[in-house]
Design a protein around this ligand. Structure first.
Ligand SMILES: CC(C)(COP(=O)(O)OP(=O)(O)OC[C@H]1O[C@@H](n2cnc3c(N)ncnc32)[C@H](O)[C@@H]1OP(=O)(O)O)[C@@H](O)C(=O)NCCC(=O)NCCS
Length: 164
Protein backbone atom coordinates (compact mmCIF):
# COMPACT_ATOMS: atom_id res chain seq x y z
CA UNK A 1 0.00 0.00 0.00
CA UNK A 2 1.56 3.25 -1.00
CA UNK A 3 2.00 6.20 1.32
CA UNK A 4 0.68 8.89 -1.01
CA UNK A 5 -2.91 7.71 -0.73
CA UNK A 6 -2.69 8.98 2.87
CA UNK A 7 -2.95 12.72 3.43
CA UNK A 8 -3.38 15.04 6.40
CA UNK A 9 -5.46 18.18 6.52
CA UNK A 10 -6.58 20.82 9.00
CA UNK A 11 -9.55 20.37 11.30
CA UNK A 12 -11.80 23.11 10.00
CA UNK A 13 -14.97 23.89 11.95
CA UNK A 14 -17.11 21.91 9.50
CA UNK A 15 -14.92 18.84 10.11
CA UNK A 16 -14.97 18.96 13.89
CA UNK A 17 -17.92 16.54 14.06
CA UNK A 18 -15.95 14.00 12.04
CA UNK A 19 -12.92 14.48 14.30
CA UNK A 20 -15.06 13.90 17.42
CA UNK A 21 -16.79 10.79 16.04
CA UNK A 22 -13.50 9.30 14.93
CA UNK A 23 -11.82 9.91 18.27
CA UNK A 24 -14.74 8.59 20.29
CA UNK A 25 -15.01 5.46 18.20
CA UNK A 26 -11.29 4.59 18.54
CA UNK A 27 -10.36 5.69 22.06
CA UNK A 28 -11.94 4.39 25.28
CA UNK A 29 -11.52 7.73 27.05
CA UNK A 30 -14.48 10.11 26.77
CA UNK A 31 -13.53 13.77 26.42
CA UNK A 32 -15.71 16.79 27.19
CA UNK A 33 -16.99 18.90 24.31
CA UNK A 34 -14.68 21.79 25.26
CA UNK A 35 -11.69 19.53 24.61
CA UNK A 36 -12.68 19.38 20.94
CA UNK A 37 -14.04 22.90 20.61
CA UNK A 38 -10.68 24.38 21.59
CA UNK A 39 -9.21 23.07 18.31
CA UNK A 40 -11.27 25.59 16.39
CA UNK A 41 -11.95 28.17 19.11
CA UNK A 42 -9.01 28.46 21.49
CA UNK A 43 -10.58 30.10 24.55
CA UNK A 44 -7.74 32.24 25.83
CA UNK A 45 -5.80 32.38 22.59
CA UNK A 46 -2.67 31.32 24.52
CA UNK A 47 -2.67 27.61 23.88
CA UNK A 48 -1.26 26.33 20.65
CA UNK A 49 -2.80 23.17 19.27
CA UNK A 50 -1.67 20.96 16.43
CA UNK A 51 -4.62 19.02 15.10
CA UNK A 52 -5.13 17.19 11.84
CA UNK A 53 -7.46 14.69 10.28
CA UNK A 54 -5.86 11.86 8.31
CA UNK A 55 -7.52 10.76 5.08
CA UNK A 56 -7.14 7.47 3.31
CA UNK A 57 -8.11 8.33 -0.22
CA UNK A 58 -11.06 10.66 0.55
CA UNK A 59 -12.12 8.98 3.78
CA UNK A 60 -11.30 10.47 7.20
CA UNK A 61 -9.69 7.62 9.15
CA UNK A 62 -7.32 9.20 11.67
CA UNK A 63 -7.20 12.05 14.16
CA UNK A 64 -4.34 13.73 15.96
CA UNK A 65 -4.38 16.54 18.52
CA UNK A 66 -1.32 17.83 20.34
CA UNK A 67 -0.46 20.99 22.23
CA UNK A 68 2.50 23.02 23.31
CA UNK A 69 3.12 22.50 27.01
CA UNK A 70 3.37 25.80 28.84
CA UNK A 71 6.19 25.98 31.35
CA UNK A 72 5.48 25.85 35.09
CA UNK A 73 5.60 29.60 35.61
CA UNK A 74 2.94 30.04 32.96
CA UNK A 75 5.46 31.92 30.87
CA UNK A 76 5.60 32.08 27.12
CA UNK A 77 8.34 29.54 26.65
CA UNK A 78 6.90 26.06 26.36
CA UNK A 79 8.90 22.96 27.11
CA UNK A 80 7.60 20.22 24.93
CA UNK A 81 4.67 18.99 22.92
CA UNK A 82 2.02 16.77 24.44
CA UNK A 83 0.10 14.35 22.23
CA UNK A 84 -3.48 14.33 23.48
CA UNK A 85 -5.00 12.16 20.75
CA UNK A 86 -3.50 9.92 18.11
CA UNK A 87 -6.09 7.54 16.76
CA UNK A 88 -6.59 5.50 13.60
CA UNK A 89 -9.71 3.50 12.75
CA UNK A 90 -8.84 -0.14 13.32
CA UNK A 91 -9.73 -1.14 9.77
CA UNK A 92 -7.09 1.28 8.44
CA UNK A 93 -4.28 0.45 10.86
CA UNK A 94 -0.95 -0.77 9.52
CA UNK A 95 -0.99 1.59 6.55
CA UNK A 96 1.43 4.17 7.91
CA UNK A 97 -1.32 6.59 8.96
CA UNK A 98 -0.32 6.75 12.63
CA UNK A 99 3.32 7.19 11.64
CA UNK A 100 2.40 10.04 9.32
CA UNK A 101 0.46 11.81 12.09
CA UNK A 102 3.35 11.32 14.50
CA UNK A 103 5.76 12.77 11.92
CA UNK A 104 3.45 15.78 11.63
CA UNK A 105 3.56 16.36 15.41
CA UNK A 106 7.33 15.97 15.41
CA UNK A 107 7.78 18.48 12.64
CA UNK A 108 5.48 20.99 14.38
CA UNK A 109 7.42 20.47 17.63
CA UNK A 110 10.71 21.16 15.87
CA UNK A 111 9.23 24.18 14.11
CA UNK A 112 8.41 25.54 17.57
CA UNK A 113 11.94 24.75 18.85
CA UNK A 114 10.75 21.97 21.14
CA UNK A 115 12.97 19.09 22.18
CA UNK A 116 10.52 16.56 23.58
CA UNK A 117 7.23 14.84 22.83
CA UNK A 118 5.05 13.35 25.56
CA UNK A 119 2.03 11.08 25.51
CA UNK A 120 -0.05 9.21 28.07
CA UNK A 121 -0.88 5.64 27.14
CA UNK A 122 -3.12 3.28 29.13
CA UNK A 123 -0.82 0.81 30.83
CA UNK A 124 -2.68 -2.19 29.34
CA UNK A 125 -2.51 -0.81 25.77
CA UNK A 126 0.37 -3.07 24.76
CA UNK A 127 -0.07 -2.35 21.05
CA UNK A 128 0.28 1.43 21.47
CA UNK A 129 3.13 1.08 24.00
CA UNK A 130 5.06 -1.12 21.57
CA UNK A 131 4.21 1.19 18.67
CA UNK A 132 5.52 4.31 20.44
CA UNK A 133 8.63 2.57 21.81
CA UNK A 134 9.50 1.41 18.29
CA UNK A 135 9.37 5.08 17.30
CA UNK A 136 11.83 6.32 19.91
CA UNK A 137 9.61 6.86 22.96
CA UNK A 138 10.63 5.70 26.44
CA UNK A 139 8.65 5.40 29.65
CA UNK A 140 9.05 8.51 31.78
CA UNK A 141 8.37 7.79 35.46
CA UNK A 142 6.11 5.29 37.18
CA UNK A 143 2.66 4.00 36.29
CA UNK A 144 0.01 6.60 37.16
CA UNK A 145 -2.68 4.72 39.04
CA UNK A 146 -6.22 5.91 38.28
CA UNK A 147 -5.07 8.54 35.78
CA UNK A 148 -8.03 8.13 33.42
CA UNK A 149 -11.33 9.06 35.06
CA UNK A 150 -13.85 8.77 32.26
CA UNK A 151 -12.86 5.60 30.47
CA UNK A 152 -14.16 2.14 29.74
CA UNK A 153 -10.55 0.91 29.42
CA UNK A 154 -7.78 0.73 32.01
CA UNK A 155 -7.61 3.74 34.37
CA UNK A 156 -3.84 3.41 34.78
CA UNK A 157 -1.45 5.16 32.43
CA UNK A 158 2.22 5.65 31.72
CA UNK A 159 3.91 8.74 30.32
CA UNK A 160 6.08 8.12 27.29
CA UNK A 161 8.69 10.65 26.21
CA UNK A 162 10.66 11.09 23.02
CA UNK A 163 13.62 13.43 22.94
CA UNK A 164 13.86 15.28 19.64
C1 LIG B 1 -1.36 3.03 17.75
C2 LIG B 1 -1.94 3.54 16.43
C3 LIG B 1 -2.07 5.04 16.50
C4 LIG B 1 -1.00 3.15 15.29
O1 LIG B 1 -1.52 3.66 14.06
P1 LIG B 1 -1.29 2.92 12.64
O2 LIG B 1 -1.81 3.80 11.58
O3 LIG B 1 -1.81 1.54 12.71
O4 LIG B 1 0.30 2.88 12.61
P2 LIG B 1 1.25 2.59 11.37
O5 LIG B 1 0.49 2.01 10.24
O6 LIG B 1 2.00 3.84 11.12
O7 LIG B 1 2.21 1.52 11.96
C5 LIG B 1 1.71 0.22 12.27
C6 LIG B 1 2.53 -0.87 11.69
O8 LIG B 1 2.12 -1.13 10.36
C7 LIG B 1 3.27 -1.36 9.54
N1 LIG B 1 2.87 -0.99 8.19
C8 LIG B 1 2.14 -1.80 7.42
N2 LIG B 1 1.91 -1.22 6.24
C9 LIG B 1 2.50 0.00 6.25
C10 LIG B 1 2.61 1.05 5.29
N3 LIG B 1 2.04 0.97 4.10
N4 LIG B 1 3.28 2.15 5.63
C11 LIG B 1 3.86 2.24 6.86
N5 LIG B 1 3.77 1.27 7.79
C12 LIG B 1 3.10 0.15 7.50
C13 LIG B 1 4.32 -0.51 10.15
O9 LIG B 1 5.61 -1.03 9.87
C14 LIG B 1 3.98 -0.61 11.63
O10 LIG B 1 4.59 -1.73 12.17
P3 LIG B 1 5.58 -1.60 13.39
O11 LIG B 1 4.86 -0.85 14.51
O12 LIG B 1 5.88 -2.99 13.73
O13 LIG B 1 6.71 -0.79 12.86
C15 LIG B 1 -3.31 2.88 16.13
O14 LIG B 1 -3.18 1.49 16.20
C16 LIG B 1 -4.43 3.31 17.05
O15 LIG B 1 -5.09 4.30 16.80
N6 LIG B 1 -4.67 2.55 18.12
C17 LIG B 1 -5.78 2.81 19.01
C18 LIG B 1 -5.67 4.11 19.72
C19 LIG B 1 -4.45 4.21 20.60
O16 LIG B 1 -4.13 3.29 21.30
N7 LIG B 1 -3.75 5.36 20.51
C20 LIG B 1 -2.54 5.58 21.29
C21 LIG B 1 -2.80 6.27 22.57
S1 LIG B 1 -2.95 8.04 22.29
Amino acid sequence: MSHNIVSLDNVYANRLGTFIKLTNSVLPVQYPDSFFQEIVHSKNGKDTFFAQLAFYSEVAVGAVKAKLIANKKGGILPHGVYIEILAVLEHYSGKGIGTKMLEYVESEAKRHYQHALYVHVASDNVHALTWYKKRGFEQDGDVLIGYYKNTYGSANAVVLKKAL
